[in-house]
Design a protein around this ligand. Structure first.
Ligand SMILES: [Zn+2]
Length: 215
């Protein structure tokens, strides 16, 4: 059965029917510098390159796939989508020389509840295609304590999204990191995490998300 529309599939090895594959709203951002995702981070993070694989829109096949994967725990869908991201990045020199993939961390309790981090699964799909290792558990996401929240009230993400800490700087020092998440909207969370990665000596940063949702 097609994961996108539920129609019968001739070949059950495929996740999607041809109609759904053809309807996927591919951005081609991977190929182009100064694309809309890169523009989100202008003046905020010094990136080598950034991309999103698909435009996100409500009711689209992409939303169905993200739902299957993120909330129903269908990891095959995540690996399939990650592989698509990897193929797009492998088709251009813009994402050459990436040393390691880092999934944007969830809060530990949230990941425990869900049982997985969707960004880690995307990383596995990307890593397989691009032959790049995934680094896990080097970046930790923490909720602000009340006193910290009071101190930093000016920044919305500091309250809602918590903060990020690098617990093993040696593991990423001198590396070009591709930071991966499922959807980018304002970029605030990726910015907070990316800034910590760029604080480590001689790191370079690129960003890839599965979908791009305009504000
Ligand atoms: Zn379909």
């Amino acid at each position: 059965m097609c994961t996108g529309c539920g129609s019968d599939l001739v070949d059950d090895d495929n996740l999607l029917c041809l109609k759904c594959v053809n309807e996927l709203p591919q951005t081609n951002f991977a190929l182009h510098a100064s694309n809309p995702v890169e523009k989100i981070f202008w003046g905020r993070l010094n990136l080598i390159a950034a991309m999103s694989e698909f435009y996100f829109s409500k009711g689209s096949v992409v939303q169905t796939l993200i739902h299957e994967f993120k909330y129903k725990g269908n990891k095959d869908v995540g690996l399939y989508l990650g592989a698509m991201m990897g193929s797009s990045m492998a088709s251009t020199e813009r994402f050459d020389n990436i040393d390691a993939l880092i999934p944007l961390p969830l809060f530990a309790d949230k990941e425990f509840k869900r049982g997985f981090n969707q960004a880690t699964i995307l990383c596995s799909g990307i890593g397989e295609v691009m032959n790049i290792p995934v680094i896990k558990n080097v970046v930790v996401r923490k909720r602000f304590t009340q006193t910290q929240t009071k101190k930093h009230r000016s920044e919305r993400w500091e309250n809602v999204e918590g903060s990020f800490e690098i617990n093993n700087p040696a593991a990423i020092q001198g590396k070009h990191i591709l930071l991966v998440d499922d959807v980018v909207t304002t970029g605030a969370t990726l910015e907070a995490c990316g800034a910590e990665i760029l604080n480590i000596a001689n790191t370079k940063l690129s960003i890839a998300t599965l979908a791009f949702a305009s504000k």
